[in-house]
Design a protein around this ligand. Structure first.
Ligand SMILES: Cc1ncc(COP(=O)(O)O)c(C=O)c1O
Length: 359
């Protein structure tokens, strides 16, 4: 049966009257603004007034959506912007999954926020375990889906495994599944594989998530993107907090997005460092395996993981211990740093190997 959005939107939202903010009623830039109970004089300690910190920001982020639309070659009404893509994950679950009765399916091991956002919303998570080489397992996915499954989450390239999932498989699921298919492409800039954004015209149930936190180097400012049909996007807009993307983020993102060439250069630098680090780690006596990566991190299996981790922390080198994650026993997820940072990591690991393990 064909996908029907109306069938999966939570019933009570259909009657929801969203909050109408002061800035919804008048969208002009010039005027005497006495509508939003702001401080008319400015912001203490802020001399520069080019970012009007004392004014509420554009709730619809129109300029930013226009610019992102140009870059991604998609109309602005296909774009939702959130306080990180984590916000989009939460809103998708809130808009389409009824607490207690509904569930989402994730492909484990994967990014932890799908589970957390579902748990906060009292939505069950069903895990379809990946194959041991971290690919999608058709049978596991089919077994996990039931009548109450509203969202299928795919993460490609996947966190923490670093690999791309088969685009063909994801598209097949999107064609077959009657709920939403969400593809999290937080790390897509680190691969040559095209984004699934280009499949949106053919797949009305597809949502693609991306973020400015990784390749674009804007993690602190928090800007996540969801791309989907205008109908799906309008539900997210209906339930989002009115000013979910703050003014500083909107302004800075516009500046950052004027520099796609520089972003490409940084991505190339990160990829070249990733390859260097991967080679060096493969030759390291403490390392059992370095998984191939399409992202800006490496999943690395090391001997004596717990004590290596503690030693690195003591040396103020912080990696992510993924030992407790399925298939990742003894593994660290190591973000690719600068050349100097990577060298220091290797040096400290060598130091641990030579000295610490003896004591
Ligand atoms: C797969 C994946 N999706 C989403 C996010 C969150 O991105 P944002 O910073 O946009 O909330 C992360 C962050 O690590 C991630 O690994």
């Amino acid at each position: 049966m064909a996908f029907q959005l109306d069938k999966i939107v939570r019933q009570h939202l259909k009657d929801l009257k969203p909050y109408s903010s002061a800035r919804d009623e008048y969208t002009g830039k010039e005027g005497i603004f006495l509508d939003a109970n702001e401080n008319p004089y400015g912001t203490p300690g802020i001399v520069r007034q080019d970012i009007a910190f004392h004014r509420y920001p554009d709730p619809h982020q129109l300029r930013l959506k226009k610019r992102i639309g140009e870059i991604k070659e998609i109309p602005p009404d296909y774009i939702f912007l959130g306080n990180g893509s984590d916000e989009a994950i939460d809103l998708l679950i809130r808009a389409f999954c009824n607490p207690v009765t509904d569930n989402i399916v994730i492909n484990a091991p994967t990014y932890g926020m799908y589970q957390v956002a579902a748990a906060i919303n009292e939505v069950t998570v069903k895990e379809a375990v990946l194959t041991p080489d971290f690919q999608l397992d058709r049978q596991h996915i089919a077994a996990a889906i039931d009548d109450n499954t509203k969202i299928l989450f795919f993460c490609s390239p996947n966190n923490p495994t670093g690999n791309l999932m088969s685009t063909k498989d994801i598209v097949q699921w999107a064609k077959k599944f009657e709920g939403l298919v969400v593809v999290d492409e937080a790390y897509i800039d680190f691969t040559d594989t095209p984004s699934l954004i280009e499949a949106l015209p053919d797949l009305p149930n597809l949502v693609v998530l991306q973020t400015l936190s990784k390749a674009w180097g804007m993690a602190s400012l928090r800007l996540g993107m969801a791309f989907a049909s205008p109908e799906i996007i309008s539900w997210l807009n209906k339930i989002k907090p009115p000013y979910n993307v703050n003014g500083l983020t909107q302004q800075k993102a516009l500046e950052v997005l004027e520099n796609p060439n520089q972003k490409e250069k940084l991505v190339s630098q990160i990829i070249s460092q990733r390859e260097k680090l991967s080679l060096a780690l493969q030759q390291h006596p403490l390392v059992e395996h370095v998984y191939p990566s399409d992202a800006n991190f490496l999943l690395v299996r090391v001997q004596e993981a717990k004590s290596v981790f503690d030693y690195l922390i003591m040396e103020k080198i912080i990696v992510r211990d993924r030992s407790n994650v399925l298939y990742c026993e003894g593994c660290f997820r190591i973000t690719v740093g600068t050349e100097e940072e990577n060298q220091l990591l290797l040096k400290k690991m060598a130091h641990y190997y030579e000295n610490m393990r003896k004591s």
